[in-house]
Design a protein around this ligand. Structure first.
Ligand SMILES: NC(=O)c1ccc[n+]([C@@H]2O[C@H](COP(=O)([O-])OP(=O)(O)OC[C@H]3O[C@@H](n4cnc5c(N)ncnc54)[C@H](OP(=O)(O)O)[C@@H]3O)[C@@H](O)[C@H]2O)c1
Length: 276
């Protein structure tokens, strides 16, 4: 099944909702006439119309009723209120895609009280620059052929997509959902290191960000294990091996593993809060 010509309602057109709309339009996954966005703030809605020529409304029920696919992008804290609001308008033929962190498909199904297919996604903020990493999973009534494929097209407009069982989504939140934050901190620390050793801050920032980007590109494009790439540039008695010794002694790898475990455990706790 293809997404072409399908009507898509983005409920909660904030940061992530806008990232999805912008990505779908750039990739021509959807045309402006096929997208309707909802949020409460009229000025922001008018800006969306001006920017992209899409339809907008402050009425979630109206947005939901007119769509083949409903993309839920409000904050998890108000998920119950928004789902209850649209429940009366949702039809079982509509595909529900949620990118709300920690809200299980089972919880969504219970509130909607309709046997519609539900797909849950965990994207990350690099979706804003078409370099996102998104995991999708099928909930009740969702099939690979008819529903995950549509979600993969939508999130494929803004980066890479993988399919996993829903039980893995908390770990995805810990790894790639929250992951950009860890790398921002790495970049910030590398900039400070460069400044400490005499490089002007703006130049250090450019070098640090491009180094992280380039290293990621090498891993992706060569398909080599990162340990091989590391070994290939580690000259005997050179500079990199001295730095590696310090990074190992200070526990860089353990600290990142611990951070992913901590974020995953917190995601599991939050998921329990949003379950009834
Ligand atoms: N940011 C991330 O890295 C990330 C990653 C993965 C998943 N997510 C998920 O993405 C979702 C959105 O996050 P975000 O960062 O995009 O938040 P956000 O920028 O605050 O966007 C949420 C939008 O919802 C709108 N809204 C609030 N109440 C509403 C209502 N009753 N009806 C319709 N719209 C309403 C808000 O606009 P108004 O005030 O104008 O209504 C706001 O623009 C969350 O569930 C989050 O868990 C985020």
């Amino acid at each position: 099944m293809s997404i072409k010509g399908k009507k898509i309602a983005v409920i909660g057109a904030g940061h992530m909702g806008k990232a999805m709309i912008g990505g779908m339009l750039r990739a021509k996954t959807a045309a402006p006439k096929d997208i309707i966005a909802s949020r409460r703030d009229e000025a922001s809605l008018s800006e969306l119309r001006r920017l992209w020529g899409i339809q907008t409304t402050a009425n979630n029920k109206k947005a939901a009723a007119s769509a083949d696919i409903i993309l839920l992008a409000v904050k998890p804290q108000i998920s119950r209120a928004v789902l209850s609001e649209i429940a009366g308008r949702v039809k079982k033929s509509q595909l529900i895609i949620s990118l709300m962190a920690g809200v299980k498909t089972e919880t969504i199904a219970k509130i909607l009280k309709k046997p519609c297919p539900i797909v849950r996604a965990m994207p990350n903020t690099p979706c804003l620059v078409d370099a996102g990493a998104t995991a999708i999973c099928a909930g009740a009534h969702a099939t690979e052929k008819d529903h995950l494929s549509l979600a993969a097209e939508i999130f494929g407009s803004v980066g890479q997509v993988v399919t996993l069982p829903e039980t893995a989504l908390d770990a995805v939140t810990g790894l790639s959902g929250s992951g950009p934050v860890y790398i921002f901190m790495v970049i910030e620390a590398m900039i400070d290191g460069g400044v400490k050793m005499g490089i002007p801050r703006a130049v250090a920032a450019k070098l640090a960000a491009q180094t992280v980007f380039g290293a990621a590109k090498l891993v992706i494009e060569t398909g080599k294990h990162p340990a091989i790439l590391k070994d290939e540039v580690t000259t005997p008695a050179g500079t990199a091996i001295n730095a590696i010794h310090v990074l190992e002694a200070k526990g860089l790898r353990s600290v990142l593993i611990d951070a992913i475990v901590a974020a995953t455990l917190r995601s599991q706790e939050i998921s329990r809060l949003y379950a009834d």
